[in-house]
Structures are given as C-alpha cells and as structure tokens.
Ligand binder design. Structure first.
Ligand code: 9MG
Length: 261
C-alpha cells in the first residue's frame, strides 16, 4: 500500500506533494513501482499537525481519487470523517483506512452502507497528545482487545470480517518499546482472523534505533516491512514502494515463493 499524502504539513513529504498535480505524479510513480493499493490522505495525523475542515479534506482527496480511479489499483482513503468517506467512496475509493477505527459518530454506518473494505487501526489517545507518556499493562493484549471490540461493533452493523484489515497502529500512542513488542508479537493479532496491515514506514521508532532523520530511514523501513511480513502482515503501508518490493522479493525467495527474473 503506497502512501499518497495531499497535505502541506505531512511529516515525511514536507509539503512537496501538496498540490494536486504533484500528488497525482507521485501516485502514478508509486503505481509504476508496483503498489497494489494507494492510500490517499488529506489530513496529517502527525502529533501537532493542523486540523483540516471536512470541506478542505474533501477538496484535497476527491479530485485525486477521481483522477486515479479506473487505473487498475484499488484506492484507499485515509480519513476519520464520515462525510469524507462518503465523498471518497462515491469518487471511486474502495477502502476506508481509519486511524480512529470508525469511532466517529456515523462512520460505521457510512462503511456499512457501502461494500467497501476497511482498515481498523488502534490508537491510544488522540494525535495531539498521544505520545505524552503512553501507558499499557500489556500492550499486545490491549491492542488486540480493542481491535476485537471494533470488529464486533462492525459486525453488529453488518460489516463482515472479510471486509476488514486490522492494524496495531505503530507510533499511535506507543513508546518505542511498545512498538517493537507489537512487531515481535504480531502473529497474536493475526489470530483475530483478519489480514494484518502494518505501517512502520519512516516512523520515529526506526529513528530511535538507527539515529537517522526521517528522510534517511528507507533501509530501516524496508527491514521493518520484511520483519512484519515474516510475522504475518499481509498489507504494508509504505512510502518507498520499489525498495519495499525488493526487500519482499528477497524474503519470498528465501521462503521458496519468489519468482526469478
Ligand atoms: C494514516 N496512517 C498513518 N500511519 C498509519 C498506520 O500505521 N496505519 C494506518 N492504517 N494508517 C496510518
């Protein structure tokens, strides 16, 4: 899953894909590099990022989704706002990726009313303050219980688990230790019966162990993606699609699943 941010304040794009044209060019490059899904977002979830109105978010993501629809790559919309979900789905998105796991009033109903796929992510707190002393007694058990509870809530609304991917939410209200424990014990989330999606790309947990700035974390991101795949992750949300595919090819060859060029 290639990341396309249409946000001037995106933490890793530094605003370079803020305009529609450059976002479109970036998206097309990710398709060329082999992205299987594009995740399009109009509001940054980085701590301290400016809030974006519903109208502004729609204005950022819908034209891009419309321009990319029909190019053979499923589109995901990264949003928590039901109205943005509705507009994005109408424009051609097939998946809702919600870091709030559809907890906004009306979000579950919006997804239930369509046949779309959904990514439910765990987050402790809210983006502005989530990294201020996050605490868990047992991070894996608590993340797992939360995701299970959200799966049940969706099931009650008629959204069956075959439409859902689950995501531990690396960096969302977690210390470096919490993040690496979740990565180590990822198979426990797979036991919930849905595909697991992992987003580690360029995150601060990688900076914490490598000492590298955000723009220098490609190698660490690829290693993280491969480690996650080895622990059962089925979808990898990444900035660096070509590099990640190379890493996965090596891992697949080792597994005896790869193709030789
Ligand atoms: C929008 N966004 C930023 N980080 C993310 C992550 O790790 N997972 C998902 N599903 N979305 C994310």
């Amino acid at each position: 899953m290639g990341i396309v941010n249409v946000t001037p304040d995106s933490f890793s794009d530094g605003g370079q894909h803020a305009s529609r044209d450059s976002a479109l060019a970036h998206a097309l490059r990710l398709i060329d590099e082999g992205a299987d899904i594009l995740d399009i977002g109009g509001e940054s979830t980085r701590p301290g990022a400016a809030a974006v109105s519903q109208a502004e978010e729609i204005d950022r993501v819908v034209p891009l989704i419309a321009a990319l629809a029909g190019r053979g790559v499923p589109l995901s919309v990264d949003t928590s706002k039901p109205e943005v979900m509705r507009a994005a789905l109408a424009a051609g998105a097939a998946i809702v990726n919600d870091v709030y796991a559809l907890r906004a009033p009306g979000a579950v109903e919006e997804v239930a009313a369509s046949g779309c796929g959904v990514v439910l992510m765990h987050m402790q707190g809210v983006p502005r303050t989530m990294q201020v002393a996050p605490h868990y007694d047992d991070v894996v058990a608590e993340v797992s219980a939360f995701l299970k509870e959200r799966l049940v809530a969706l099931g009650d609304a008629g959204v069956t688990p075959d439409r859902v991917a689950l995501d531990p939410g690396f960096g969302f209200g977690k210390t470096v230790e919490h993040n690496f424990r979740l990565l180590r014990e990822l198979p426990r989330l797979g036991a919930l019966g849905c595909p697991v999606l992992v987003g580690l790309s360029r995150k601060s947990m990688l900076g914490a162990v490598t000492g590298r700035a955000v723009g220098e974390r490609v190698t660490a991101s690829v290693v993280g993606a491969v480690l996650a795949a080895g622990r059962g992750a089925r979808v990898l949300r990444v900035h660096d699609v070509a590099a990640t595919r190379d890493g996965l090819r090596v891992w697949e060859a080792m597994q005896g699943q790869g193709e030789t060029k």
